[in-house]
Design a protein around this ligand. Structure first.
Ligand code: OAD
Length: 268
């Protein structure tokens, strides 16, 4: 499917203008959302027909109250999502981000990636310095415990709903639910990286869920050039210096190839 699609002439022109500036950046900050994984087969949250929140009630499935009322029901849903995600591979957008991160090493640059996604695909694609703002679906922690007590639980499907720790206590997914605070140290680190950036990209997110959605705005306020990649306009679009109105699996490889062609130490 990917190979048949083409960037619009308008996008090609924006990329041509953006590439020389992007190739100069030595502190790159990337912020991603569900759209980055859409082409890997993972549904987004707010797309009208296919989004998860069009089909499921977030109050029941993504809140501590919903979990306390019916942990088995919540875990059944997470287990289904884990099974779906276990079948999904990183797409060309994830891979392009990893390539860009590696391309920056020979020029003493750095790329930090903060994702709202819990699907592990950036890690599977090889990206390092990954900041997982909303947790990770493959991690669990005892109900009532903090983020520091999280550990990986890879059984798929799970043998029981809810899964239990060795001492019999209930485990919950190590993800951030509605009404919950993000891990403070993770969030602070993401803001630090955003503030240090000379180039920031917001990719595949509706830019609606705070505090995470503030990151690209903060990067821009601190002097970063701001790029948005999203087939739709969002709350961020008007603030962006460059807008690539395309799927990320199409636009990111083209952008990164352009950067590679002029970045020292990165032969094609
Ligand atoms: P949303 O579902 O709100 O937004 C997905 C965005 O991806 C939309 O703006 C789409 O236009 C865009 N999109 C769709 N296909 C795309 C593609 N192929 N390439 C690029 N972009 C594409 O998802 P998020 O913004 O990630 O929070 O949602 C933020 C948070 O809301 C999630 O982390 C989750 C949810 O409730 C928690 O679970 C805490």
């Amino acid at each position: 499917m990917g190979q048949q699609r083409q960037l619009s002439a308008e996008t090609r022109a924006v990329i041509e203008e953006l590439v020389p500036e992007a190739a100069k950046a030595r502190r790159v900050f990337i912020f991603t959302g569900a759209g980055v994984s859409a082409e890997s087969g993972i549904p987004t949250f707010r797309d009208a027909q296919t989004g998860l929140w069009a089909k499921y009630d977030p109050v029941m499935l993504a809140s501590i109250d919903g979990f306390r009322k019916d942990p088995a029901n919540v875990w059944k849903w997470y287990d289904e999502r884990r099974q779906t995600m276990s079948q999904c591979m990183p797409n060309a957008g994830h891979t392009a981000i990893t390539e860009w991160q590696r391309m920056l090493a020979p020029v003493q640059g750095r790329l930090d990636l903060a994702t709202q996604n819990i699907d592990d695909l950036h890690r599977i694609a090889g990206t390092e310095q990954l900041i997982e703002l909303h947790g990770n679906i493959w991690e669990v922690r005892p109900l009532g415990a903090g983020f520091a007590d999280a550990f990986r639980l890879m059984d798929c499907p799970l043998s029981e709903h809810p899964p239990r720790a060795a001492d019999g206590s209930t485990l919950r997914p190590n993800v951030v639910w509605f009404g919950e605070m993000l891990d403070e140290s993770v969030l602070n680190h993401a803001f630090h990286c955003a503030m240090k950036a000379d180039l920031a990209l917001s990719i595949g997110t509706s830019s609606l869920v705070y505090p995470a959605a503030a990151l690209p705005f903060v990067a821009r306020e601190h002097g970063a050039t701001l790029v948005e990649i999203n087939p739709e306009r969002t709350e961020l679009t008007a603030a962006a210096d460059y807008v690539l109105q395309e799927p990320s699996a199409l636009a990111l490889p083209a952008l990164v190839e352009g950067i590679r062609s002029i970045l020292p130490g990165n032969p094609a």
